[in-house]
Design a protein around this ligand. Structure first.
Ligand SMILES: *Cc1c(COP(=O)(O)O)cnc(C)c1O
Length: 427
């Protein structure tokens, strides 16, 4: 078994020939992970599969350079080609979203958010955002994050009946709390976000508005979801979710805020930029500018809707009753099982999802009553509505009979067969 895996490394993953010769332990781990990705169905809403071109840029010699500063203003010599790469990344990102200014240096989505807070909020000032348990993100003011400890936090949720954001309630809270920054954007919200409404609420109370589009960036770039850039003061994002690029972050804003944002990232809170990642971001943005990426983004949503229809057809309850984007939030209360149990059972069948809190959750975040399901990664593999219906059937069958190990084993075989038809890197 082990031998066969090494054989795979040498033949199919030629670019790792060096690694497999010098560090067998790590090469073997990577190969095991490759087989996991190949044989399973990745339905974690925040994950995706990058292109070979992005992989090559990330694994390139661009990592060998220190390039503290920004293009044309570096603290190290020899940065002429890094300037070219970073300028290209910035220009492509600006074109993609119609932004006046872009900073492509944040190491992650959290650091992009951190920079906006650092630039425009003093310690103890008020940050207003969506509750983590109702779809928000840790970096939006959770007590376990620096954001919850450095700033005063006021949070809105979703309407208990409709399970969508009630903008009237958000406005009322903003009037009462007078935040310095009003944050919108989420990690587990299946519906369209009205960025214009958020900016208007912020304007009404003299606050800045920040849209964190980490999850939906690819959809925003292609018009599949309304774009926040040019509508709100600051847009932050990751580059590795629906945007399908390397793991990292970015910030976009109007020129008037450019200097403050750039200074907050460097020297404010980061040292040398990850130039190999920035180079790979440029490749990702180039890919996202192609018409085929718009088709891809549309298919992500079509697939999520197809999966939602199938699950609803099996009498499962979706938070808010459906989806407008790339993700579905399932409420498992009626099935009498927890998110944790569901995640483990589906995992045994090769279907990777994550347990997730739902609005008005009464279980801990380690157990939860919900599941989050996303379609970006399987859509990258070329799967369409037909496969979503099939996967939806698998999920429903397992959730309805969670301890039926024979059924899980049978579905696992079918999952491997289905996944095999959609290779990660067909070329
Ligand atoms: C994923 C996510 C982030 C953070 O991204 P990291 O790169 O993991 O730090 C920030 N905000 C939202 C809404 C996210 O979903």
């Amino acid at each position: 078994m082990e031998k066969k895996r090494y054989y795979h490394i040498r033949t199919t993953f030629l670019y790792m020939s060096h690694l497999s010769a010098t560090d067998r332990e790590i090469a073997d781990i990577i190969e095991k992970e490759r087989l996991r990705q190949l044989n399973g169905l990745e339905l974690i809403a925040s994950e995706n599969l990058v292109s070979k071109a992005v992989l090559e840029a990330m694994g390139s010699i661009m990592t060998n350079k220190y390039a503290e500063g920004y293009p044309g203003k570096r603290y190290y010599g020899g940065c002429e080609f890094h300037d070219m790469a970073e300028n290209l990344a910035r220009d492509r990102l600006k074109t993609l979203f119609g932004a006046q200014h872009a900073n492509v240096q944040p190491h992650s989505g959290t650091q992009a958010n951190m920079a906006v807070y650092f630039a425009f909020m003093k310690l103890g000032e008020t940050l207003m955002s969506m509750k983590l348990s109702q779809g928000g993100h840790l970096s939006h003011g959770s007590p376990v994050s620096f954001t919850g400890q450095f700033y005063k936090v006021a949070q809105y949720g979703v309407d208990p009946e409709t399970e969508v954001i009630d903008y009237g309630v958000v406005e009322e809270l903003a009037r009462k709390e007078r935040p310095k920054i009003l944050v919108c954007g989420a990690s587990a919200y299946p519906r369209t976000i009205d960025f214009k409404a958020f900016q208007e609420i912020a304007d009404g109370v003299g606050a800045y508005c920040m849209a964190d589009i980490a999850h939906i960036a690819g959809l925003c770039a292609t018009g599949v979801h309304p774009n926040s850039v040019g509508v709100v003061n600051f847009t932050t994002t990751t580059t590795h979710k629906t945007l399908r690029g390397p793991r990292g972050g970015a910030i976009m804003c109007n020129t008037e805020y450019a200097q403050a944002i750039d200074k907050a990232i460097f020297p404010g809170m980061q040292g040398g930029p990850l130039m190999h990642t920035i180079t790979a971001k440029a490749v990702c943005f180039h890919e996202a500018l192609r018409p085929s990426f718009t088709d891809y983004s549309r298919q992500i949503v079509k697939n999520a809707k197809a999966m939602a229809d199938t699950l609803i057809g099996h009498d499962l309850r979706l938070v808010s009753g459906g989806t407008d984007n790339h993700l579905i939030l399932l409420d498992l209360t009626a099935q009498g099982i927890t998110g944790l149990e569901a995640e483990i059972a589906l995992g045994k069948a090769g279907i990777t999802v994550n347990k997730n809190t739902i609005p008005n959750e009464n279980r801990s975040p380690f157990v939860t009553s919900g599941l989050r399901i996303g379609t970006p990664a399987v859509t990258s593999r070329g799967m369409k509505e037909e496969q979503m219906h099939q996967i939806g059937d698998y999920i429903a069958s397992i959730l309805k009979d969670i301890s039926n190990t024979a059924q899980i084993a049978r579905i696992e075989k079918e999952v491997i067969a289905m996944a095999g038809k959609y290779p990660l890197y067909p070329e």
